[in-house]
Design a protein around this ligand. Structure first.
Ligand code: ASP
Length: 310
């Protein structure tokens, strides 16, 4: 059984195959009135979300539906989880009911990995749609798809990841994927928002955004994850924004070809100014669009390609 749990240790050949399939799917569906392929007909995909989501949940649902899978959405707030059911029992119930794939978002780091162990016997594939502060692999894949589309290749490209790296599963997944694909990753953050052990990651670290911008091919702004902060990580929102926000003045420091990314949800005026988010350099809407094709490609490689479980 194949799963997609993390980009740390993910085979770059598999990641490239997903990006290639996503690109192919995008071209196949472009301009079509009926965006429906029969590939996953008869397959059941369940999204199981214990945390809020707009983009990820919707794009997995659309991805499954465009591949003709039956997609069912379960959110913790409206399921038996609210009655005290454990994650294991919920997962085994979904597998027994016929799930071929469970896409899980959970506040605990490692939840997707645990789930894959419990569901191994049932032969149900697991996709990690964000586990705590650990990983969000499909976000990194859709970011990579967007960067490849805009920049052509990863080799020798310098990508800045800016802001709340400490609490960001998006940052962690991107660090591993982008470096495995050949890009150089620079983390730009205040010391309080960098994870312990950052020296062991394949990155360089800076605290000075202005100094880094002229040499970046892309800059990925992160949301300040207030819901995961239990203490003062910076003096005030205003000071954070002054030091690490991407405003119009800063955008002018970037090379002309540079791409601006944000995984969403954006805090406009905090980590990114509206004028930047809505500028031609911004690929934020394109990230969402590519998210659907990348998630279709992931479902294809886990459930339908040669070697996937029959
Ligand atoms: N949507 C992304 C996530 O779920 C990023 C964020 O929430 O800031 O990790």
């Amino acid at each position: 059984m194949k799963h997609l749990l993390a980009t740390d240790g993910l085979d770059p050949a598999f990641a490239t195959a997903v990006l290639d399939t996503a690109e192919e799917l995008k071209h196949t569906l472009l301009g079509r009135e009926v965006r429906k392929l029969p590939t996953l007909r008869g397959r059941t995909v369940i999204t199981l979300f214990y945390e809020n989501s707009t983009r990820t949940r919707v794009s997995f649902e659309i991805a499954g539906k465009w591949m003709s899978a039956d997609v069912i959405n379960v959110s913790a707030s409206s399921s038996s989880v609210n009655k005290g059911e454990s994650l294991r029992d919920t997962a085994l119930t979904l597998a027994a009911a016929g799930a071929d794939c469970v896409i899980i978002r959970h506040p605990a780091s490692g939840a997707a990995q645990r789930l894959s162990g419990w569901l191994a016997e049932a032969g149900t594939a697991v996709v990690n749609a964000g586990d705590g502060t650990h990983e969000h692999p499909t976000q990194a894949l859709l970011d990579a798809a967007t960067l490849r589309e805009r920049l052509g290749s990863f080799e020798g490209r310098r990508i800045g990841i800016v802001g709340d790296v400490l609490h960001s599963r998006v940052a962690r997944s991107n660090i591993h994927l982008l470096s495995a694909l050949g890009a150089e990753v620079v983390l730009v953050a205040p010391p309080t928002l960098l994870p312990a052990g950052v020296e062991s990651l394949p990155v360089t670290v800076s605290h000075e955004l202005d100094a880094e911008l002229p040499a970046l091919d892309a800059v990925m702004m992160l949301r300040v994850q207030a819901e995961r902060m239990h203490g003062g990580f910076f003096p005030s929102a205003r000071e954070y924004s002054i030091a690490y926000g991407l405003n119009e003045r800063r955008m002018k420091l970037l090379p002309e070809h540079a791409v601006v990314l944000h995984p969403g949800p954006m805090l406009r005026g905090m980590e990114i100014a509206s004028a930047v988010a809505d500028s031609p350099a911004s690929a934020i809407t394109e990230q969402v669009r590519n998210g659907v094709h990348v998630r279709m490609a992931v479902l294809y490689h886990l459930l339908a390609s040669e070697g996937a479980a029959a």
